[in-house]
Design a binder for this molecule. Sequence first.
Ligand SMILES: O=P(O)(O)OC[C@H]1O[C@H](OP(=O)(O)OP(=O)(O)O)[C@H](O)[C@@H]1O
Ligand code: HPA
Ligand SMILES: [Mg+2]
Length: 169
Amino acid sequence: MAEPTSNKAFPVSWDQFHRDARALAWRLADKGPFEAMVCITRGGLVPAAIICRELGLRLIDTVCVASYHDYKNQSELKVLKDVAPNIKAIGDGKGKGVLVVDDLTDTGKTARVVREMLPNAHFATVYAKPAGVPTVDTFVTEVSQDTWIYFPWDMALTYVEPIAKGHKG
Ligand SMILES: O=P(O)(O)OC[C@H]1O[C@H](OP(=O)(O)OP(=O)(O)O)[C@H](O)[C@@H]1O
Ligand code: HPA
Ligand SMILES: [Mg+2]
């Protein structure tokens, strides 16, 4: 993740992320049945752990994707690891019965690349920006395209300027 230049900040605490990921699990509970989960690394690892616990899923795979991001730019996206053959073979062989999880969809590029691998899978993210909304089936919270979401694993407790002195919070 590159240093963001978005206008607005949406900081998320561990507590809030846990609540939002659990809310996503509630929304997914009647969208299955799911035989397996595929999580898009690395950001998808965190909601995946929470959601597979809530939904009782134990067959978990990863798609490993590397890309460079900032608010306006995303370089080429590299797939470092594809879906395992036994996961691809589930259901209709095109993802039916597979739940794909990521932390967010922004431009939608990551979700589109993974959807090419599993076109009939159910795609779920905790957060979504408008350009990414059409690429996912279920999400919890939408933020505007010019908002940068700060995840708890990318942050540390630190001093912030008062709002009157220009804090964007
Ligand atoms: O919809 P998009 O514009 O593709 O953006 C969404 C993706 O960007 C972030 O991952 P990133 O590539 O930064 O890597 P990471 O998960 O390893 O942090 C996020 O975790 C999503 O996977
Ligand atoms: O808003 C975001 N926050 C964190 N990582 C991201 N990767 C793409 N968009 C974002
Ligand atoms: Mg990611």
